[in-house]
Design a protein around this ligand. Structure first.
Ligand code: 5RP
Length: 257
């Protein structure tokens, strides 16, 4: 791995503790104005100092994020569908690597849809993105999107994560599940977990704690932070869990103060 790739990866996952709190706000690329992100700058700007990186689209990056913020960017570069469609798996690469370089991103992110109608297309897209990523020294994060008909269990998620890693992804983002240690054991690259739909703050902190304790490199969390009643307190609590190993009970006490 060359210097540029290693340097960018170290901006995403801190070499100090090999952990990361990524703040995901890319939901609009297929969901439009998602709750909490109607005016993303208003919700997100106060959170940026507490996130290790920001995952978002180039449209929101260019229009809403101050370029003087020194926050590593993970750029969503897959798209092509909307929530109005039954099948969300029909994605393509939607941003050129040259534009990602222009935006000075630390990584690019693309979804794969294992078991879906467009499984092959999404894996080949990942493969092409990885080739381009190595050309320019930009790591690729693969998101294992789970279709409505798929079970979010360790068998399915191990399959999806392993395929992502075998295709060349440098980081894999997936969901937490029972027997999560099996997903970690069989995936040769760092794994981060999404938060999923908004739950209670206690549940989200427990999820982050369980994931990290079973070997995840951290979280790439969105709705459970920006849809929280207190987004700033929530990101601080998540950070304490991921980076300081605070248990969820005490993290919730911190959140509630
Ligand atoms: C959408 C994504 C989101 O970034 C991901 O789902 C993380 O956000 P959340 O914690 O809200 O699930 O990749 O495809």
């Amino acid at each position: 791995m060359d210097y540029g790739m290693k340097n960018r990866l170290s901006r995403i996952i801190s070499p100090k503790d090999n952990k990361t709190v990524m703040l995901a706000i890319d939901h609009g690329y297929f969901m439009g104005p998602t709750g909490g992100l109607e005016e993303p700058d208003k919700t997100i700007s106060p959170l940026i100092p507490f996130a290790d990186s920001l995952m978002l689209t180039r449209g929101i990056l260019r229009t809403k994020i101050n370029p003087e913020f020194n926050i590593p960017i993970v750029l969503r570069v897959s798209g092509g569908t909307s929530i109005l469609k039954e099948d969300l798996s029909d994605e393509d690469i939607s941003v050129s690597m040259e534009d990602a370089v222009r935006l000075n991103v630390s990584a690019v992110a693309l979804s794969i849809f294992i078991g879906s109608a467009h499984e092959k297309q999404s894996i080949i897209n990942l493969s092409k993105l990885v080739d381009k990523g190595y050309k320019y020294g930009i790591p690729v994060l693969a998101v294992t999107a789970v279709g409505r008909d798929m079970n979010r269990d360790s068998r399915y998620l191990s399959l999806a994560c392993r395929i992502a890693a075998e295709t060349g992804a440098n980081i894999v983002k997936t969901y937490y599940c029972d027997n999560f240690e099996e997903v970690i054991r069989t995936c040769p690259v760092p794994v981060v977990v999404a938060g999923g739909k908004k739950t209670t703050e206690q549940e989200a902190l427990q999820l982050a704690y369980n994931a990290v304790n079973k070997g995840a490199s951290g979280v790439d969390m969105g709705r459970n932070i920006f849809q929280s009643e207190k987004p700033l307190s929530m990101i601080k609590a998540v950070k304490s869990v991921v980076h300081d190993g605070l248990d969820p009970k005490n993290a919730f006490i911190e959140y509630s103060k």
